[in-house]
Ligand binder design. Structure first.
Ligand code: NDP
Ligand code: 8X3
Length: 259
């Protein structure tokens, strides 16, 4: 299916998967509406997309706040009354603490962005998604939603919830022609671990030590592929992992040298 001139809304477009998806959908000729909290970073992403000859606009969006989602949607309606592809990507992990030691602020941030934020944005945007035109809702899950790990309790829980919301939405929207899909990555090199470890870049770097992780472009290209399937095809769920990661706990690491 041609994506040219389609309107694509991406949450969490200021870095990582969201920024790479903006560029990939721009290359496919789409018109972009980008949201996140960091305006300076959104401006850079939008600017890079415009150099590819497409419309790319951005606005502050905090998916943790219903007021912010409403303000974002009102602003978006000054640009378009139609969203063909909604990419619910905003989110991430905060901390790697056990249930016994976890902090309320981390738990609340993860629930608000990955889980409630996805639901809030979808609720606000659904009336703008056309029926029977190959429209897509693409939700970013994680392998963490398939397999829990120590220190991941709340993050794994919200990503499992993402799968449940995706499944429920697909049932609720059956008959509308709107596709509802989940893309569930494994280890990918973005700002994810910097955020998880609160800016401790040394600890973040250890996550990828000796491994060839996914990069954001791997996810972006897959999102474009999912959205460009023929209108009668719904890619329910894709798990995508680095070849070095056979399972969440089974990661092949090459010997590294320190200089
Ligand atoms: P990044 O940290 O690079 O990107 C996260 C994005 O989410 C940023 O643009 C950030 O923007 C945005 N975001 C976070 N909280 C909010 C919020 N409350 N409101 C609006 N935007 C928000 O990491 P990734 O690109 O890796 O993460 C993208 C998604 O992929 C997340 O949902 C993450 O859980 C998931 N994921 C990541 C994996 C990985 O290994 N990297 C693997 C599997 C899934 P800003 O801070 O400017 O608001
Ligand atoms: C990110 C992948 O394994 O760090 O969702 O939880 S993992």
């Amino acid at each position: 299916m041609q994506l040219t001139d389609r309107w694509v809304l991406i949450t969490g477009a200021s870095s990582g998967f969201g920024a790479a998806a903006a560029e990939a959908f721009a290359r496919a000729g789409c018109r972009l509406v980008l949201g996140a909290r960091r305006q300076d970073r959104l401006a850079q992403v939008a600017s890079a997309c415009r150099t590819l000859g497409v419309l790319a606009e951005f606005h502050e969006l905090d998916v943790a706040s219903t007021g912010s989602v409403t303000a974002f949607t009102q602003w978006m309606k000054t640009l378009t009354l139609q969203v063909d592809v909604l990419i619910n990507n905003a989110g991430g992990a905060h901390g790697l603490d056990t249930v016994a030691t976890g902090r309320d602020e981390d738990w609340e941030a993860m629930v608000q962005s990955n889980f409630l934020g996805l639901a809030r944005v979808t609720r606000a945007v659904l009336p703008m998604i056309p029926h029977h035109q190959g429209s897509s809702i693409l939700n970013i899950g994680s392998i963490a939603g398939h397999q829990a790990y120590e220190g991941g309790s709340i993050y794994c829980g919200v990503k499992a919830a993402e799968r449940s919301i995706t499944q429920a939405l697909r049932l609720e929207l059956n008959g509308t022609g709107i596709r509802v899909c989940s893309l569930d990555p494994g280890m990918a090199l973005t700002e994810f671990s910097d955020v998880r470890f609160r800016g401790d870049t040394v600890r973040a770097g250890q996550v990828y030590r000796g491994v060839e992780p996914l990069v954001a472009q791997d996810i972006a290209e897959t999102l474009v592929w999912m959205a460009s399937r023929p209108a009668h095809v719904n890619i329910d769920e894709i798990i995508i992992k680095p070849t070095d990661q056979a399972a969440i706990h089974k990661v092949h690491r090459r010997a590294t040298t320190t200089v």
